[in-house]
Design a protein around this ligand. Structure first.
Ligand code: NAD
Ligand code: UDP
Length: 335
């Protein structure tokens, strides 16, 4: 089976490409390298022994995408490509709406023109906004989303539902990720944030490595047991395997699945797990809360377990250990 992976050199895409190759799939990657590097392709080849076909292309380039669909005998698409920085999306909403929505529309048009009807889409738990926790696929979506990035995920989900309704052959999976962290255990691929990391785990890793002086913990007076925010962290290799499961169990229509562990971990718990797993010190201070942060959310992961036969197998300790392997390795061989 031949899978077109958009954004396949990015953080989650590259790990998913590894999982797909290991399951025997043939891969074509399309990525404009706006947030990734060509060296990831060689690293995928080092891990798997296979170098996937790669096209450097912006997904908004309809003619270029049409050429790729004409060359590659694509059976299904996994669509990761897009802009994902929450804070930047508040500063540059037009760019986020244009890139994320236009890319998806262009992709859907090319798929229809080339008779490709299977799509797995990277959505996010952010679509649940202010719904009560734990979030299940039946929870209300679209209320209380605090930034344009989250809105694009919500809007694209709606577009996919409308397109699926109009196309009796459509098989779409909408995967709502919780908090992806960690790296491939080889330490060869991982998350490589440009500039100051916005997310907790890469920041913690950079403090442990001495690149940054200390972590600011955004708030310790939330209504949680230790006062810091609770999230559902998921190892990126579990997430990658979730995509393989979604592809293998894809079904007619548009179906949303939570990809999370169902376990909540506080900021302080994560910091201490990292210290325990790596033996490294992580200096921190308590700072004011970050605007827009929800005190607590985690998944009800039952639907993915029953319909996809998938659930997470890696612990927070695994996430910390593999993040550290990547941090130390990538610092030596900077991408
Ligand atoms: P990433 O930035 O590492 O990967 C995205 C890739 O897409 C990059 O390689 C980038 O160069 C490419 N890209 C961006 N715009 C493109 C375009 N117009 N044309 C072609 N290529 C383009 O991000 P990631 O963390 O791997 O996230 C992948 C997907 O998962 C994104 O859609 C993101 O919104 C979603 N997601 C991520 C998280 C997370 O915490 N990382 C959580 C929920 C959802
Ligand atoms: N966080 C923090 N310091 C940081 C980055 C994040 O205390 O430097 C907290 C943040 O307030 C949130 C949690 O860590 O409660 C996870 O944040 P992240 O940005 O990784 O994920 P998201 O908020 O998107 O769930």
């Amino acid at each position: 089976m031949h899978i077109l992976v958009t954004g396949g050199l990015g953080y989650i895409g590259s790990h998913t490409v590894v999982a797909l190759i290991e399951k025997g799939y043939t891969i074509t990657i399309v990525d404009n390298l706006s947030n990734s590097s060509l060296s990831v392709l060689d690293r995928i080849a080092r891990i798997t022994g296979t170098k996937p076909a790669f096209y450097q292309l912006d997904l908004q380039d309809a003619a270029g995408l049409d050429d790729i669909f004409s060359i590659a005998p694509v059976d299904a698409v996994i669509h990761f490509a897009g802009l994902k920085a929450v804070g930047e999306s508040i500063q540059r909403p037009l760019t986020y709406y244009r890139v994320n929505i236009d890319s998806t529309l262009t992709l859907l048009e090319a798929m229809r023109a080339h008779d490709v009807h299977k799509l797995v889409f990277s959505s996010s738990a952010t679509v649940y906004g202010s719904a009560p926790i734990p979030y299940s696929e039946e929870s209300l979506v679209g209320q209380g989303i605090t930034n344009p990035y989250g809105q694009t995920k919500y809007m694209i989900e709606q577009i996919l539902r409308d397109v699926a309704q109009s196309d009796p052959d459509a098989e779409f999976s909408l995967l709502r990720y919780f908090n992806p962290v960690g790296a491939h255990p080889s330490g060869l691929i991982g998350e490589d944030p440009k500039g100051t990391p916005n997310n907790l785990m890469p920041f913690v890793a950079q403090v442990a490595s001495g690149q940054r002086e200390k972590l600011s913990i955004f708030g310790d007076s939330y209504p949680t047991p230790d006062g810091t925010c609770i999230r559902d962290y998921i190892h990126v290799m579990d997430l990658a395997e979730g995509h393989v499961a979604a592809l293998e169990h894809i079904r007619p229509g548009a179906t949303a699945y939570n990809l999370g562990s169902g376990i909540g971990t506080s900021v302080l718990e994560l910091v201490h797990a990292f210290i325990d797993a790596t033996g490294k010190d992580v200096a921190y201070e308590i700072a004011p809360p970050r605007a827009g942060d929800l005190p607590e959310f985690y998944a009800n992961p039952d639907l993915a377990a029953s319909e996809l036969g998938w659930s997470t197998t890696r612990s927070v300790e695994d996430m910390c250990r593999d993040t550290w392997a990547w941090q130390t390795n990538s610092a030596k061989t900077r991408l």
